[in-house]
Design a protein around this ligand. Structure first.
Ligand code: NAD
Length: 353
C-alpha cells in the first residue's frame, strides 16, 4: 500500500478548516502542515490540530518539505502566486474557486503544471455533488429533451469580500455547472450590478449568457438578501428540473412539464399554446459531502489513479466568463462577445457522466 499523500493547506479562514477536516478523514491522505499569515487563525489551528506543523508563510512551508500537495483556500488575489510557487517546488495543487484572478494567470498555471507533469485541480465543489451528477445524468439521458434555458439564484447576507465582487465569489458555482451542461462557452455575456455597501465592489449582479442555438442562462448573485437561496432551474424541450440545494430531502425535482407551440397556424386566432402538466418525481440521491468526494478525488489524481473531474481547463473557462462579466459591468451591462468554442474538457466530462 502507498504511503498517504501529505497535504499542506494554505489559508485557514472559513474554508481551509473544511478542507483540513475532509483530508484528515481520508485513509490515503494526511494533513502535514498549514500556513496562514494571521496569527489568530494559526493559533486556532494549533489548538484543534496540535500534530500539524504551522507556518506563517507558504514559502517557508514549501521549503520545510514533507508535503506532496498543496490545497489553497486563500483570497483569489493570492491563488496564482501560491499555486505557481507550489508547482515550481514540485507539489501537486488543489486551488479553490475561482482558479485565479485573470485568464492570463490561469493559463500560466496550466503551462507550469503541464511542464512539471503535476496535477492542478480546481475546487469546483458542486461538480462533486450527488445532485449535480444526477442532473447531468438525467439531462444526458434525454429525459427533459434539449436544455434551452438555465436560471440560477445564489443569494444570502454576506459574506462580503473585499477583493472580489459577488459574481467572482458566488457565480463560479453556477458557471461550472452551466458550462458543463451547455458544453461550450457562451456567445455573449451581459452583466449588470451595483455596489451598495463597499464602494466599487458589486454586492448584487445579474449575469445573462447567450449560447449557440438560442440557448440562454441567467445567474443572480447577491450578498444583500435576508434569505439564503441556492436554486437552479433547467428548462428542457420536454421537461424541467428544479435543484434546490437547501432542501434536505428532494433537492432535485424532475417535472414532466412543457409548453408546446402548434406546428402550423395560419393566423393568430388559430395559435394556441399547449401546456403539458405531468408527474413530478424526486430522484434518490446518495448522501455524502461533496467536498469529501472532491478531496478523495484529488488524492486519487495525485496518486495517478484518476484525472481531475474539475481540471484546470474548467477553472480557466469559468474565469474567462468572469472576465467577460467584468468587461460588461464596466459598460453598464452591454453585451461582451466571446469565442463560443466548445469547452473540450467540459463537453467530454458531460459525456462521460
Ligand atoms: N468550494 C466552495 O464551496 C468554497 C466555499 C467557500 C470558500 N471557497 C473559496 O476558498 C477560498 C478562501 O475563502 P474563505 O471564505 O475561506 O476566505 P477567508 O478570508 O475566510 O480565509 C482566507 C484565509 O487565507 C489566509 N491567507 C491570506 N493570504 C494568504 C497567503 N498568502 N498564504 C496563506 N494564507 C493566506 C487569510 O489570513 C485567511 O485566514 C476562496 O477562493 C473562496 O472562493 C470555496
Amino acid at each position: 500500500m502507498n504511503p498517504p499523500v501529505s497535504v499542506g493547506i494554505a489559508g485557514y479562514g472559513y474554508w481551509g478548516p473544511n478542507l483540513a477536516r475532509n483530508f484528515r478523514s481520508l485513509p490515503g491522505a494526511r494533513v502535514a502542515a498549514v500556513c496562514d499569515p494571521d496569527p489568530e487563525r494559526l493559533e486556532r489551528m494549533r489548538r484543534s490540530l496540535p500534530e500539524v506543523a504551522a507556518f506563517r508563510d507558504c514559502g517557508e512551508m514549501l521549503a520545510a518539505g514533507g508535503i506532496d500537495a498543496l490545497a489553497i483556500a486563500t483570497p483569489v488575489a493570492s491563488h496564482h502566486a501560491l499555486a505557481r510557487a507550489a508547482l515550481l517546488a514540485g507539489r501537486h495543487v488543489l486551488v479553490e474557486k475561482p482558479m485565479a484572478a485573470s485568464v492570463a494567470q490561469c493559463e500560466d498555471l496550466i503551462r507550469t503544471a503541464d511542464a512539471a507533469g503535476l496535477t492542478l485541480m480546481v475546487g469546483h465543489t458542486y461538480l462533486y455533488s450527488e445532485a449535480v451528477r444526477k442532473i447531468t445524468e438525467i439531462i444526458g439521458s434525454g429525459e427533459i429533451g434539449e436544455v434551452r434555458y438555465i436560471n440560477c439564484q445564489r443569494l444570502n447576507l454576506g459574506l462580503f469580500q473585499t477583493d472580489i465582487n459577488v459574481a467572482w465569489d458566488l457565480a463560479p458555482h453556477d458557471l461550472s455547472i452551466i458550462l458543463r451542461v451547455m458544453g461550450s462557452l457562451p456567445e455573449t455575456v451581459n452583466c449588470q450590478g451595483n455596489a451598495h455597501v463597499h464602494p466599487e465592489i458589486e454586492d448584487v449582479t445579474n449575469i445573462s449568457l447567450k449560447f449557440a442555438g438560442g440557448r440562454f442562462a441567467t445567474i443572480q448573485s447577491s450578498w444583500l438578501e435576508p434569505r439564503k437561496v441556492r436554486q437552479m432551474t433547467f428548462v428542457g424541450t420536454r421537461g424541467m428540473i428544479v435543484f434546490d440545494d437547501l432542501e434536505p430531502h428532494g433537492k432535485i425535482r424532475v417535472h414532466d412539464v412543457r409548453v408546446d407551440c402548434p406546428p402550423h397556424y395560419d393566423n393568430f386566432a388559430e395559435f394556441q399554446y399547449s401546456y403539458h402538466y405531468g408527474e413530478c418525481r424526486i430522484p434518490h440521491l446518495d448522501q455524502g459531502e461533496p467536498l469529501g468526494r472532491m478531496c478523495a478525488h484529488f488524492i486519487d489524481c495525485v496518486a495517478g489513479a484518476a484525472v481531475p473531474d474539475s481540471p484546470a481547463a474548467t477553472g480557466l473557462e469559468v474565469v474567462r466568463v468572469l472576465e467577460a462579466c467584468d468587461a460588461s459591468l464596466k459598460q453598464g451591462g452591454g453585451a461582451v462577445s466571446m469565442d463560443p468554442r466548445p469547452c473540450p474538457a467540459l463537453a467530454g466530462l458531460a459525456a462521460a457522466v
